[in-house]
Design a protein around this ligand. Structure first.
Ligand code: DP6
Length: 345
């Protein structure tokens, strides 16, 4: 017999960036972060988890190619989910012993994995939720976020839809380093994001390696983690609560720039932005200047691709203009997303 469950998890793009770990094993961050979860239909990972006494070993297929499951991150997720299932089985003897069967995970992204579009976030969130569904765990998204975080830090935020925070927590065991809902997507439903795929090439320095080097060498970093981000987290939460795009946009752009400044201040320096990224920044500045207020906000993760947040009513001035200016250039592709409620199947 084969037991099976499927789920999807959306991509999230941080407006206050996670960069730096206080515990690399448990993926405990040096600062809290905040993101917007993007529309599932546009950018998401679909995952089916199955288990059977007939399978010979744990396996993971991503977009059709076999992945190594022996890595510490995947193993941590499997181990924690199995432990929760084991507990259920111990409480209810009629349950089949799924915790003892090998797992088979089949994942598909509907966006280019190599493009650095937060694929690990959607990937681990979907993996954790698919197995939790398979095991019929009664866990809440908050509890699952603790497990997904061990797969990839940013994955913990993809367990929620809408506007999501990740509290850095203070406990050494990571028990309070969890994702939480700042506001549901329905609170500010006209938020939109356009993603400009500047380069679909795999990023130069992985976020895991990059952030460790930044923590170890950047002298700008302590101020960012201890002063700048805590202040901005509050400003951002208030901006979202008040649907204040002016503040939301300004803080988003400043935080992206602060994060990339610590990258440049890393030894050896890390460059994620390229000339096309900087051209995108200039265009956003032009759009806001012409509008006389902030109607577009850029942010960049660990790569050159730009994510531009804007409100639906400014579709033409923002997405339309980007399309007109960049759409014809080679290497530019647009992927559109909107903030939606994650679907807890
Ligand atoms: C720049 O979550 O990919 O996108 O925990 O090592 O897997 P690991 O890192 P990851 O880092 C994401 C960094 C970021 C900012 C963010 O998403 O908050």
């Amino acid at each position: 017999k084969i037991y099976r469950a499927s789920t999807t998890a959306p991509v999230n793009i941080a407006v206050i960036k996670y960069w730096g770990k206080r515990d690399p094993k448990l993926n405990l961050p040096t600062n809290s972060s905040l993101s917007v979860t993007l529309s599932q239909s546009d950018l998401r990972t679909h995952t089916t988890a199955s288990c059977s006494p007939k399978y010979t070993c744990d396996s993971l297929l991503l977009n059709g190619s076999p992945q190594d499951v022996s890595g510490a991150r995947t193993q941590a997720c499997f181990r924690e989910l199995r432990a929760l299932r084991k507990k259920l089985e111990a409480e209810n003897f009629s349950l089949p012993p799924l915790s003892t069967y090998p797992l088979k995970i089949v994942s598909e992204n509907n966006f280019p994995t190599a493009a650095g579009l937060a694929s690990s976030a959607a990937g681990f969130a979907a993996l954790v939720r698919a197995i939790a569904n398979l095991y019929e765990l009664p866990s809440t998204p908050t509890e699952l976020s603790k497990i997904a975080r061990q797969g990839s830090g940013s994955a913990c935020r993809s367990l929620f839809g809408g506007y999501v925070g990740w509290d850095k927590g203070t406990a050494v065991d990571g028990s309070d380093s969890v994702a939480f809902e700042v506001a549901p997507a329905s609170h500010w439903p006209n938020m939109r994001a356009v993603i400009l795929v500047v380069s679909a090439a795999k990023k130069g320095v992985s976020s895991t390696t990059g952030m460790q080097t930044t923590v170890a060498t950047s002298s700008l970093f302590p101020a960012r983690a201890n002063e700048t981000v805590p202040k901005r987290m509050k400003e951002m939460e208030n901006a979202i609560k008040n649907k204040d795009f002016e503040t939301f946009g300004k803080v988003t752009m400043r935080d992206s720039n602060s994060f990339h400044a610590t990258c440049l201040d890393t030894e050896p320096p890390i460059f994620y932005l390229n000339d096309v990224s900087r051209a995108a920044i200039k265009i956003v500045e032009g759009i806001n200047c012409a509008a006389g207020k902030t109607i577009a906000a850029y942010t960049f993760d660990a790569g050159p691709n730009a994510v531009i947040y804007y409100l639906e009513e400014h579709e033409n001035e923002v997405a339309g203009l980007f399309k007109a200016m960049m759409g014809e250039k080679e290497g530019w592709e647009g992927a559109r997303g909107k903030a939606v409620q994650a679907n807890h199947e």
